[in-house]
Design a protein around this ligand. Structure first.
Ligand code: IPM
Ligand code: MG
Length: 358
């Protein structure tokens, strides 16, 4: 039986970058005889336009039966004014939560060919290879109560709740430790335990899991403000960073930019059984949508992560990553990673080049 992928192109540049990635998927499926099959569905603004909600039952049914999901990006100004509970981003949070995709893996790898694209000095970022493991289905993103209420004096007050249970912390810590054992053997757990009780428990629980089951891993703890600073001061001190939903959201954008362009970075969001949703770390970039200038490489590299983590097709995953290396060696650059002397190409042409390199 073939394995099923659900493709959700989403909004903004989503459809363009996903089209490019789909061509790569077709090529790799054929070349490695992967027996993958896929269909398309709607998420975010595209789903709101069609069904009036960002994660409709139709998409949910498709998502539940798929083995893996490839997502473009969601959101845009067109839907900014609609009621908060049905905005595009809520669709993304809902699918993460419904499918229990609690482990978000966000690698920040500097391609040597792009060293000059980083805003940091080459010696600070050369060879950078960090993996951020972000908890994705808990914390302040989902904690109750939440909302905007009116106080007695008529003033409005916004409120959210940051909450983590021991089991939630433990399972994400395990993911981080397991992944660290396959790479540099170091985990840095990021918290704000000097102020927030929820992260005090985070720190304790990570330490406990480490002591009980992962003494082979080198564990350190860091406050989030310091981590933000260390990431630009000396990013190579990190191997795996594990943190909660909100801190992970922020630090992963920061880590991404160390590599020169967020347009290069893929991500995986996994459940306990390896089912996953794969998406670029960047957003829907509505300002450049439809212009054939967006960088499809993060989405293409997300396909590689899908092959590696859900389908256990390491050779095919590597082939995509090497093909991306080849097109960079050829000097092909989309606008976001362009530098003088290189050859500027559009979204579709970049996708084609990866297919040819494959
Ligand atoms: C991300 C994005 C999302 C998040 C938004 C679009 C809801 O920023 O995946 O990092 O905050 O998780
Ligand atoms: Mg983000």
């Amino acid at each position: 039986m073939s394995k099923q992928i659900l493709i959700l192109a989403g909004d903004g540049i989503g459809p363009e970058i996903v089209t490019a990635a789909e061509k790569v998927l077709t090529a790799v499926n054929h070349k490695f005889n992967l027996n993958l099959d896929w269909e398309h569905g709607l998420l975010g603004g595209a789903a709101i336009d069609q069904y009036g909600e960002p994660y409709p039952k139709e998409t949910s049914d498709q998502a539940k039966k798929a083995d893996a999901i490839l997502l473009g990006a969601v959101g845009g100004p067109k839907w900014d004014q609609i009621e908060r509970s049905i905005r595009p981003e809520r669709g993304l949070l809902k699918i993460r939560s419904e499918l229990n995709l609690f482990a978000n893996l966000r690698p920040a790898i500097l391609y040597p060919q792009l060293a000059s694209a980083s805003s940091l000095k080459p010696e600070i970022v050369a060879g950078l290879d960090i993996l951020i493991v972000r908890e994705l289905t808990g914390g302040i993103y989902f904690g109750q109560p939440r909302g905007i209420r009116e106080l007695e004096n008529g003033e409005k007050q916004g409120y959210n709740t940051d909450v983590y249970s021991e089991s939630e912390i433990k399972r994400i810590a395990k993911v981080a430790f397991d992944l660290a054992s396959l790479r540099g053997g170091k985990v840095c757990s990021v918290d704000k335990a000097n102020v927030l009780e929820v992260t005090e428990l985070w720190k304790q629980t990570v330490s406990q899991e480490h002591a009980e089951n992962y003494s082979n891993i080198q564990l350190s703890h860091m406050y989030v403000d310091n981590a933000a600073m260390q990431l630009v001061r000396a990013p190579k001190q990190f191997d795996v960073i594990v943190t909660g939903n909100l801190f992970g959201d922020i630090l992963s954008d920061e880590a991404a930019m160390l590599t020169g362009s967020i347009g290069m970075l893929p991500s995986a969001s996994l459940d306990e059984n390896g089912k996953g949703m794969y998406e670029p770390c960047h957003g829907s970039a509505p300002d450049i949508a439809g212009k054939d200038i967006a960088n499809p490489l993060a989405t293409i590299l997300s396909v590689a992560m899908m092959l590696r983590y859900t389908f256990k097709e390491e050779a095919a995953a590597k082939a995509i990553e090497e093909a991306v290396g080849t097109v960079l060696d050829q000097g092909l650059r989309t606008a976001d990673i362009y530098s003088e002397g290189m050859k500027k190409v559009g979204t579709a042409a970049m996708g084609e080049a990866v297919v040819n390199a494959l």
